[in-house]
Design a protein around this ligand. Structure first.
Ligand code: AP5
Length: 209
């Protein structure tokens, strides 16, 4: 199973991405986690991206795309699946990600869109701030992340809808309930996904796009 997750901050990409990855035994590749790990380790890359993360701005495309290329190559070596959480975030990343996975014979089966109301997203992230102290979980930065999502990320959903791989799920209920809904929908697709070689599914996606 190969899943891309597209959702606003706080909708549950991390929570549900981990669940999907464990269920299908595939790597969970979360760009935010990878970037925060660099910041925590004070790597050169971490120093370059720290301020973007703190301000809730997108880090330059080439940085995340290089990270994702390496992670998908590792996922291919480990098996045939992945959960990509946090990328793509704009149309350029959507096209570049498609090129990367297509070249590796690893195109996504599903683009999973989680839907939740702004008020609930802010409530979740403010609550998380007191528990985890993430630098970007202040109310002003949360608002900036939400605005960016609406302006540059949400519009890419149409591209996945045209390719026929968009799955939208209501992420307002409790996390366990959302997880059951997602796994149920993905399990229903499993015979189709397992039965279609990547080359054929990507050809049909190309024909549709
Ligand atoms: P990233 O780490 O991806 O942050 P985000 O998109 O803002 O999302 P969050 O991690 O805040 O939320 P989530 O949707 O994962 O929800 P979660 O499951 O954690 O990115 C951080 C930064 O890195 C970006 O701002 C940017 O700077 C940079 N970056 C990353 N990718 C990039 C890219 N591709 N290009 C450029 N820059 C990039 O849940 C949140 C909270 O809600 C948790 O406490 C959880 O327990 C709770 N919760 C989850 N589901 C529910 C539920 N159903 N009901 C109640 N509570 C729930």
């Amino acid at each position: 199973m190969r899943v891309l997750m597209i959702a606003p901050p706080g909708a549950g990409k991390g929570t549900q991405g981990a669940l999907i990855a464990a269920h299908f035994k595939v790597p969970h590749i979360a760009t935010g986690d990878l970037l925060r790990a660099h910041v925590a380790r004070h790597t050169h890359l971490g120093q370059a991206v720290k301020q973007y993360l703190e301000r809730g701005e997108l880090v330059p495309d080439e940085i995340v795309l290089d990270m994702v290329r390496l992670a998908v190559i590792a996922a291919k070596d480990a098996g045939q699946g992945y959960v990509l959480d946090g990328i793509p975030r704009n149309m350029a990343q959507a096209r570049a990600t498609y090129t990367i996975v297509h070249e590796l014979g690893m195109t996504a089966n599903v683009a999973l869109h989680l839907i939740a109301e702004d008020q609930e997203l802010v409530r979740r992230l403010v609550a998380r701030a007191s528990l985890e102290g993430r630098a970007d979980d202040t109310e002003s930065v949360i608002r900036r992340r939400l605005t960016l999502y609406k302006e540059v990320t949400h519009p890419i959903l149409a591209w996945y809808a045209e390719r026929g791989i968009l799955l939208s799920v209501d992420a307002m209920p409790p996390a366990e309930q959302v997880g059951q809904e997602i796994l149920g929908a993905l399990e229903a697709m499993r015979p189709l996904v397992d039965g279609v070689p990547d080359r054929l599914s990507s050809l049909s996606a190309q024909r549709r796009s």
